[in-house]
Design a protein. Structure first.
Length: 278
């Protein structure tokens, strides 16, 4: 009878992903899939492919604008990217990064930034980097009814403080602080936490410690879900090769070949041919 019940239990179908859906997934043991997107066309493909959460990440500063860090991207630019993404999405939950300088040390400013993202882009939630040092900003945003996803571990907006993109919380003191911060984020109302580039054992401890979903990037496989930057996952970026990255395509080479072929055929007069004109 037990075997029959296990086999007959159907996987829940989510027509629209909400913050509650993610909590249900954690409770039900279903892993959460999350990817970045920064434009309408990509977001449409990602959404139709069944991804649960689309992150409009400040990583757009790197992969779209070509900056070395995430710091230069502005709130207006994040709203622009998020607006395009939201128009292409029917199912996924869309989360938008609050960019550097729009929430740190200024709870009132943080709320204004979050409200602008929600009102002007139509997105569903915001993500903030940091722990206890931004507690008041997160509280104010959540109190206004805006869902917040936390982000601990390696926080790229603090790169100049860290000085390196190395694995965080390897030492006992920093690991304890990370656990405390995760508990605090849950307590004040965050609906999920991203853990970036931390030891897998520590990520597993955090995942067990909190009831909200923990989504990892470079945090091992014992968390509740995974997130990657789509340009990295599809192999559009060639120089970026961290251990945690799995490439599912090699678009850099494939696009280079296709573009080179197009150029040659234009120059040779092969394109367009008689069937490709009016």
């Amino acid at each position: 009878m037990l075997i029959y019940l296990r086999m007959s239990k159907a996987k829940k179908e989510y027509k629209r992903i909400t913050v509650k859906s993610l909590l249900d997934m954690k409770v039900g043991g279903e892993k959460i899939s999350m990817l970045t997107a920064y434009d309408f066309t990509t977001a449409t493909i990602v959404d139709k492919s069944g991804i649960d959460v689309i992150l409009v990440g400040d990583s757009a500063s790197n992969v779209i604008a070509g900056h070395e860090t995430t710091l230069p991207i502005t709130l207006d630019q994040m709203i622009y990217h998020a607006s395009g993404v939201i128009r292409g999405v029917e199912r996924a939950l869309v989360v938008v990064d609050l960019p550097f300088g729009t929430y740190q040390s200024d709870p009132k400013g943080a709320l204004k930034s979050a409200i602008r993202i929600m009102k002007e882009s139509g997105s569903h939630a915001v993500k903030l980097e940091g722990g206890r040092e931004i507690e008041d900003s997160i509280k104010r945003i959540i109190k206004a009814g805006i869902p917040v996803m936390g982000h601990l571990g390696l926080t790229p907006q603090s790169i100049y403080k860290f000085g390196t993109y190395t694995v965080r919380a390897k030492e006992e003191e920093e690991a304890k602080q990370l656990i405390d911060d995760a508990v605090m984020l849950e307590k004040i109302g965050c609906f999920a936490i991203v853990l970036e580039k931390v030891p897998s054992d520590l990520a597993a401890k955090v995942t067990k410690k909190v009831k909200i979903p923990v989504i990892g990037i470079g945090a091992g496989n014992k968390v509740d879900g995974q997130v990657l930057v789509i340009h990295d996952m599809l192999g559009m970026t060639k120089e970026f090769n961290p251990r945690f990255l799995r490439r599912y395509m090699n678009l850099y080479d494939d696009m280079s070949k296709a573009i080179s072929k197009y150029s040659k055929e234009v120059k040779s007069g092969n394109f367009p041919n008689s069937k490709e004109q009016y």
